[in-house]
Design a protein around this ligand. Structure first.
Ligand code: XIL
Length: 299
């Protein structure tokens, strides 16, 4: 196969990218994106501040633009993300307790109803665990409504769109030996044991000097998969775009049957949220970098 998406499909997987709505008018960008990828994540346009800027007033213009572009170009869409601690509109930040809990439920219902049947997988909850060695939850307004907020969100999401896979997504859970990885693993295991609906875990896989790729990444993927969930690499980027690291990540996913796909967090280095790291597969001029070839050959 000569594109990432087609190569991934040879093993029943997908290869996706984050799409920024503001770039859809750039034909150099859309040419690469439409040619290479078969899954799309809206980089920001389906987040809380974008979709519910005022309480109960849902706005889907930007999210729909990306969803429409994806469907027109034959791609599926990952929904990102229903509940996240940053990117909260002021009205949400001002709530607490049962009012916040209700607003959280209403948000999940409102967004999922709009996209019902149109999303491959939703990142229902993003980044709810603390960094470092505590092994605990991150302090956030949602967390302060009670530890059960994550399972309430997943139960709400299942009822809202039974066709969508429901994912928990986080960063710094790539290294199997880290406390944060173990904490998320324990939550997923508990959810599976108690019948809380969860279908997938998203490993963001933002690799840098602070979170270097480690050979135990494959153990992380296979350990989550063994709990009975799919695993997806959801926001891959690698500081410096080492071809070796990109190939290793790809091989790690391919080695685990339940690793269903890989998404890179942007198209060209110039589109990246950390463009100074030059972390992606295409240069700013649209050229294929050595990391691109490494991934294509590994798929
Ligand atoms: C980032 C976007 O890339 C930026 O454009 C935005 O300013 C902030 O969010 N983890 C996530 C993504 O789950 O949503 C984040 O995306 C990157 C880290």
């Amino acid at each position: 196969a000569s594109t990432l998406g087609a190569a991934a499909q040879q093993s029943g997987r997908y290869f996706g990218t984050a799409i920024a709505g503001g770039r859809l008018g750039d034909s150099a960008y859309t040419t690469i994106a439409s040619r290479e990828f078969d899954m799309v994540t809206a980089e920001n346009e389906m987040k809380i501040d974008a979709t519910e800027p005022q309480r109960g007033r849902f706005v889907f213009t930007s999210g729909d633009r990306i969803h429409d572009w994806a469907v027109r170009n034959g791609k599926r869409v990952r929904g990102h993300t229903l509940l996240w601690h940053p990117g909260q509109p002021a009205w949400l930040q001002s709530l607490s307790g049962s009012a916040l809990r209700q607003a959280m439920i209403d948000h999940v219902n409102g967004v999922m109803a709009h996209y019902k049947g149109k999303i491959y997988a939703w990142d229902v909850v993003n980044e709810a665990f603390a960094d470092g060695n505590s092994g605990g939850r991150r302090d956030s307004n949602f967390q302060r409504t009670g530890n059960d907020w994550i399972e309430v969100a997943f139960r709400t999401a299942r009822a809202a769109d039974p066709a969508a896979k429901l994912c928990y997504n986080d960063y710094n859970i790539d290294n199997w030996t880290w406390a944060k990885t173990q904490a998320v693993y324990n939550m997923v295991r508990d959810f599976k044991q108690r019948g809380v609906p969860i279908d997938c875990v998203g490993l963001q896989a933002h690799f840098s000097s602070g979170n270097p790729y480690n050979g135990n990444f494959r153990t992380t993927i296979s350990s989550f998969a063994a709990l009975g969930v799919d695993v997806q690499i959801t926001e891959l980027d690698v500081q410096g775009a080492s071809p070796t690291t990109y190939a290793a990540v790809t091989n790690d996913c391919l080695a685990v049957p339940r690793c269903t796909g890989i998404t890179v967090w942007g198209v060209r280095d110039s589109d990246s949220w950390r463009s100074s790291d030059a972390p992606l597969l295409f240069g700013g001029d649209g050229s294929k970098k050595p990391a691109y070839t490494a991934v294509l050959n590994a798929l």
